[in-house]
Write a protein that binds this ligand. Sequence first.
Ligand code: DGY
Length: 320
Amino acid sequence: MASKPVVWITRRLSDATLERAQHDYETIINWDDTLHSPEKLVEMSGKVDAILPCHSEHFTADLVEKLDSRLKIVANHSVGVDHCDLEALAKKGIVVTNTPDVLSDATAEIAMLLMLGAARRAVEGDRIVRTGQWDFWSPAFMVGKQVSGARVGIVGMGRVGQAFARMATGFGMDVHYYNRSRLSPEKENGATYHESLESLLPLSDFLSLHCPATAETKGMMNADRFGQLPDGAVMVNTARGALVDEDALIDALHSGKLFAAGLDCFVNEPGGNPKFAEFDNVFMLPHIGSATVRTRDAMGFRALDNLDAFFAGQTPKDKL
Ligand code: DGY
């Protein structure tokens, strides 16, 4: 019997994923779930046919150049691939895949949670009750911003953006979006298209970011763009920290331009930006958009489907 391809699984994936991977491949699994150095990625590339990484492993151009020619495919356990220099990997002849579709609902849920929590002052309210400081109540106490029936602007109407739009519609929100191209009426589902951010931002009482981090979108939400939002807007980011100029966001929070922000992504991960911690009106989560059992199983299986196709001599469904 021909030997099985060797796959390095860089992080602790779901039990079901690891079980299937161990059954179908010769695996090297990072049971300790530690983060790897670039040197480790280079070292492992000489020992395996495939790497199944997460967005925490950075395949920069410099690193890719050093990868061993044994490595044939990087089957990402993520939809975002901003951690991979795709051009460098293609030049090296390494196939790259991702896991679209399967995490859209879970990520959109977190965007809804952040939007609601930021608007309705969840951080402050929780802290007051939790620390025994709740000694007062009045109709003027802890008044927030109502989500249902409000207007929301979505930047990036891909699969996650569309899932978020469906949920926002369920809250009776007036949904507007900016995307590189207009969606079909079926996918648009009643949302209003804007050809530019300049058109979308001034009416986005709530703003939710759902586009990938690319050279064009990095730092997209800068001081100028925050200035274009309505006073008292709420911004939510479940996409990538790199989309936001965090100093500009802090200024917008300080000045009161923004009522609140909900963040699942930060420029620096893991860790985030300690400056946000001084704001009660910033609701933060540690990049857990896709962190449900069902979705993590689906992501793992999708990555394995891509490996299966590749090693069967076919084009993987999610080849980039
Ligand atoms: C993704 O899939 O891109 C999520 O951010 C988790 O990595």
